[in-house]
Every structure is written in structure tokens, then in C-alpha cells.
Design a protein around this ligand. Sequence first.
Ligand code: FO1
Length: 312
Amino acid sequence: MTTNILALCGGVGGAKLALGLSRLLKPAELLTVVNTGDDFRHLGLHISPDLDTVMYTLAGVADPERGWGLAGETWNFMRALSRLGGSDWFNLGDQDLATHIYRTQGLQQGLGLAAVTQSLCASLGIAQRLVPMSDDPVQTIVCTDQGDLPFQDYFVRLACRPRVRALRYAGADTARPHPDFAALLGNDAPHAVILCPSNPFLSIDPILSLPGVRAGLQSTRAPVIAVSPIVGGKALKGPAAKIMAELGLPATNLAIADYYRDLLNSLVIDDIDAHEAPAIEKLGIEVRVVNTVMRSLQDRVELARRCLEGTS
Ligand code: FO1
């Protein structure tokens, strides 16, 4: 199979670009690798939030306001659980529950996460190839002023309030990248690698921490193109800018470029940040100035088209 484009992505922002790419490329031409550092076990279920978000987005069933979960969701289960005094800080919608139960059952039967994801994608009518970064567990741990926190505790339960000091990805040193992903890091290089506009620390770094991934991307002959998640000094969604400040980095595209410097050929930044282009180019990174704020499907497709420019 010829994979022309390898996309690495996390949740909401990454999913939007993955959707744009999927409208321009044939299913066989695109491999989307999704972060699983956010995965956790909750109420006995295996939850894979970023896989869910990308799947639901590609299937056209994601909730457009929240970005995660299903459109038209109902919350009877959560209300009932709450009345019983059960754990109600992480919201599992009535329909969404089916995904988590199906996944958990598949894993219990000995299927890997990639196989269960493939089956879920087929049921949702998704033709694009979507794989978890690894079948092996990796857990993003946020080291904060309130101690080391599992990702969803930091992100949802504590609403990203604790100050971040560092991040680590437990299990990443031994987790094996999905074989289709690993193949593209060797001789079978794609025409381009796209780092979606996902949080570098929470979504892309867990993928880069897997054995051989960073080195593979450093030495690949494919151009590596990142879409910056920072627009006008802020993250469009999520805590990227807050975390950058807490880690002593300015919330600028230049800081993003510098952070990915060892990997990057091109950085895609928003029109509003055009003034940053010369400083980024001084790092030896090509800059593409475009609209990166994806409000409509047309915005997603157009951003994907600009990412693919020059790749064939
Ligand atoms: N995000 C929230 O902010 N609150 C929630 O209660 C929540 C529930 C949830 C359930 C299933 C799922 O697939 C995702 C869910 N998310 C929720 C999103 C998720 O925690 C984050 O957006 C990602 O982990 C960050 O990319």
C-alpha cells in the first residue's frame, strides 16, 4: 500500500485537520496516527478520548460545540450515576458509552487497540486508515504543583488549573509504534509528515516519545510540516498557551518552531501571526502563512490543501 501522507494527531484540532486531509486524499494515501497518552480506565471501561474524537469527527457525528463526544447526546446514565453518588466528573454520554463498552470488551477478548479501532471505524463508515500510536499502554503524566497527575485528572477533573512543571509519558520507552506507522519511519517514507495543530506537550510529544519515532522523523526524507496550535498568542482550544507559560516558553509560533526544530521543514501559521515569519525562517524552517482557524468544513479542506502544497 502506498501511503503518501502520514498525519500525527491528538484530539479536537487534529481531528479537524484529519477531516480536511481525508477530503483531499484517497483512503490508501493517508495514515492518521492518534495519540493514546490520554487513554485511561474509568468505571471499568477503557476510554481512548483522542481516538474517539478523531473517529467521531471523520464519521461526521462529533458534537460540534464541545469537540468531543457525539452530537445529539443524552446524559441519562450520568444523571443516574450521579444520583447514586458514583463518580461523575468525567462525562460519558448514553450513546458514547456503547463505544467504550465495545472497545473494552474487544480488549478483554484479546484484540489489540488497533484491531478494535479498525472495527469501530468500519462500523462508523470511516474509510480512512486511523491507528492508535501503539497497542501498548502509554500514560501521560502531568507533573504539577499539586503532584503528578494522570492526564484526565489534570485535564477534566481539575480543569487544567494546576501549574505544569513537566510531563512524562509512562510506558512510552517500551511501547511499540503501530507497525504501519513504524514502516513509514523507515525506508518506506511517505511524501510528507504532518503534525496536526494539536497540543505539542499533551498530544504530539507522547507519539514522538515512542522508540524510534523522533529519530525516524529526524532522518526521514519526507518533509515534516507542522500546523501551529497557537494563534495570536493563544491556543484556539485547550491549555497549550497556559502550559507553555508555565514551562517558561512564550506562547508564540516562534516558540513552537523552536520546540519542533529538530524535526521540522515547514511551519504553518495563521495570517494574524504573519509578522513572526522572518524570525521562524531564521531557524531554517519554511513558513506558510494561511488561515489556520478551522470553523467550517471548507476551512479544514483549505488548510489541508495548504499543508499538502509541494508534496506529490
Ligand atoms: N472532556 C471534558 O472536558 N470533559 C469531559 O467530561 C469529557 C468526557 C469525555 C468522554 C469521552 C471522550 O472520548 C472524551 C471526553 N472528553 C471530555 C474529552 C477529553 O478528555 C479531552 O478532550 C482529550 O483527552 C484531550 O485531547
